[in-house]
Design a protein around this ligand. Structure first.
Ligand SMILES: [Zn+2]
Length: 480
C-alpha cells in the first residue's frame, strides 16, 4: 500500500518589540537570569496585564502580508496548564477569536508553485525557560527558572494541513521566515528560538479522504532538522501501519543526535486546557483606520521585490529569486546598484564570487568585510582597465579576508595591469623573435596561434598585461 503524507505547521515567531506583551520589561536576549522581570511577568498576586500596542501592530502587519482577514474584535484567553516556567498557571493566548483569520502563503518546490492556506494567526505570550545547569557555577542536580522570556510577545501562525512532503514544509517555512524578516517583526533566528516550528504529521492510504491520526513533532531548530524529522516520522508511521498497528495521537520530540523522534506525552486536546476569556483584558478592538495605516506602511515583500528586480534590472527569475531570498542580500545588491550602476554585472559578481565566499565561511552577509562600496570599487578598477577580470577575482578573495579596499590591495601588491603599449611592445617583440616557427604558421593562416602568443606575454608580465591591448599589438606585429 502507498501512503500520502499530510503536514500542517504551527510556527511561533517572537516579535521584535522593545518591551514584553503585557508589561514594560525589556525583551533583549542575553540579560542576566531574571534581570528582565517585574511583578507582572513574575505573576505576583494582584498585578494586571496591559497590552503593548506595538505587538498588535506587528500582528496586523503579519496578517496583511499573508492575506489574512484582520478581526475587528479578538479576545485574549487563558490557556491553563501547570509547568514551572509558567508562574501564573496559565498562558495568555487567543483561542476562539484570534486576531487574524485565513490567509495564504505561496511556495515553490522544484519550480512547481503551490498555495498553502493559513488557518489563523494569533497573539500570545512566551513562557520562561528552565535551566538544568546553573548559569554561572554550571552545577547540576537541580533546575533553575529564568523568567526573562516570560511575556515576550509571540504570534503563532497555524497552517492548514496542505503540505504533502518534508520538502514542501521546508519551502513553506523558508518563505514564511523571509516574509517575517522583510516585515521587520521577527529576526527569524531558529537557533536562538525566536522562530520555532512544530509539525503535525499524519499519513493516509493514497485515495483516502479521511485524515489519519496525527502526531505532533517538536524541538526542531533548523531547516535540516525539520526535513529529517518529518522524513523519519513518516517512515515510522508507515511501519506501524504495515505491521497492522495504529498510530497513537501524541507529541514526539526530535532527537537530532540520534536522528529519531521520541514519545514525549499523549497529545492533549484543547478542552484539557480549560480555555476561557481572560477577565483581566478587554476584547481587542481594531478599526479600519488602524488597519489601513498599517497597510500603507507595509514594506516591499519578497515576491514584489523579485518581480521588480526582474523588470527594473532585467534579471532572470532564478537570479532575482536568489537575490531576494534574504532581505539583507537584496539590500546589499541594491546598495551596489546605486553606487556602481551596472545591475547585471553586479548581480553576476554577487551570485558567483560573493555567495561562494559566504557559503564557504558560513557567515551572514552582514558580517562580510566587503561592503557594497568595496565591491563597487573593485568593479570600477576592471572598467578602468587597471586590473583584468581574472586579477579582480584574486583581489576579491583578499578583500574578503582583510576588508581592505581593492585600490589599496592592488597598489600594495603591485598588481596594476600593464596598459601601456611602450612597456608591452619590447616584451612582445622579444617573444615573436623567440618563437619563429609559431610566428610563421600564424602568418600562413593558423590564427588560433594568437592564444599561444597571448599566453607567452601573460607569462612574461605575470598576468598583468592588459589582454585587449596585448591582442591588438600581437595582431599588428604578426601581420604577414
Ligand atoms: Zn515584566
Amino acid at each position: 500500500m502507498t501512503y500520502e503524507t499530510i503536514i500542517g505547521l504551527e510556527v511561533h515567531a517572537q516579535l521584535l518589540t522593545a518591551s514584553k506583551i503585557f508589561c514594560s520589561c525589556s525583551t533583549k536576549f542575553g540579560a542576566s537570569p531574571n534581570g528582565n522581570s517585574c511583578p507582572v511577568c513574575l505573576a505576583l498576586p494582584g498585578v494586571l496585564p496591559v497590552l503593548n500596542k506595538k505587538v498588535v501592530e506587528y500582528a496586523i502587519r503579519a496578517g496583511l502580508a499573508t492575506g489574512c482577514t484582520i478581526a475587528k474584535k479578538s479576545v485574549f484567553a487563558r490557556k491553563n496548564y501547570f509547568y514551572p516556567d509558567l508562574p501564573k498557571g496559565y498562558q495568555i493566548s487567543q483561542y476562539e477569536l484570534p486576531i487574524c483569520i485565513g490567509g495564504k502563503i505561496d511556495i515553490a518546490v522544484n519550480g512547481e508553485k503551490k498555495t498553502i492556506g493559513l488557518t489563523r494567526i494569533h497573539l500570545e505570550e512566551d513562557a520562561g525557560k528552565l535551566l538544568h545547569e546553573h548559569p554561572t557555577t554550571r552545577s547540576k542536580g537541580a533546575s533553575w527558572v529564568d523568567l526573562n522570556r516570560a511575556g515576550v510577545p509571540l504570534i503563532e501562525i497555524v497552517s492548514e494541513p496542505d503540505l504533502r512532503s518534508a520538502e514542501e514544509a521546508v519551502a513553506y517555512l523558508k518563505t514564511l521566515r523571509a516574509i517575517l524578516i522583510y516585515l521587520e517583526i521577527c529576526d527569524g533566528n531558529m537557533e536562538e528560538g525566536s522562530l520555532r516550528c512544530d509539525a503535525n504529521v499524519s499519513i493516509r492510504p493514497v485515495g483516502e479522504k479521511k485524515f489519519g491520526t496525527r502526531v505532533e513533532i517538536k524541538n526542531m531548530n533548523s531547516f535540516r532538522h525539520i526535513e529529517n524529522a518529518i522524513h523519519h516520522e513518516v517512515r515510522r508511521q508507515e511501519e506501524v501501519l504495515k505491521e497492522g498497528g495504529r498510530v497513537i495521537q501524541e507529541t514526539r520530540l526530535w532527537d537530532s543526535e540520534k536522528e529519531i523522534t521520541i514519545s514525549m506525552r499523549s497529545k492533549e486536546e484543547a478542552n484539557d486546557y480549560r480555555y476561557f476569556p481572560d477577565p483581566d483584558l478587554l476584547p481587542l478592538l481594531i478599526d479600519d483606520s488602524w488597519i489601513n495605516a498599517v497597510h500603507q506602511n507595509l514594506p516591499e515583500l519578497p515576491e514584489a521585490k523579485k518581480a521588480r528586480f526582474m523588470s527594473q534590472h532585467q534579471l532572470s527569475e532564478i537570479d532575482a529569486e536568489t537575490l531576494t531570498s534574504s532581505k539583507s542580500l537584496a539590500d546589499y545588491y541594491e546598495a551596489c546598484v546605486k553606487i556602481y550602476g551596472d545591475a547585471k554585472k553586479i548581480s553576476n559578481w554577487i551570485l558567483t564570487e560573493l555567495l561562494r565566499e559566504l557559503n564557504n565561511s558560513g557567515e551572514p552577509i552582514e558580517q562580510c568585510k566587503v561592503k557594497p562600496d568595496g565591491l563597487s570599487g573593485l568593479l570600477q578598477l576592471i572598467d578602468q582597465g587597471k586590473i583584468s577580470g581574472k586579477m579582480a577575482k584574486a583581489v576579491f578573495l583578499d578583500m574578503v579576508k582583510t576588508g581592505e579596499s581593492a585600490k589599496d590591495l592592488v597598489a600594495k601588491q603591485g598588481l596594476s595591469q600593464v596598459s601601456d603599449a611602450s612597456t608591452l611592445e619590447p616584451i612582445i617583440d622579444k617573444i615573436i623573435i623567440a618563437n619563429p616557427n609559431e610566428a610563421e604558421r600564424y602568418r600562413q593562416g593558423n590564427e588560433k596561434l594568437i592564444a599561444f602568443f597571448v599566453g607567452q606575454v601573460m607569462k612574461e608580465t605575470q598576468g598583468k598585461g592588459n589582454p585587449a591591448l596585448v591582442n591588438e599589438i600581437l595582431k599588428r606585429k604578426l601581420k604577414p
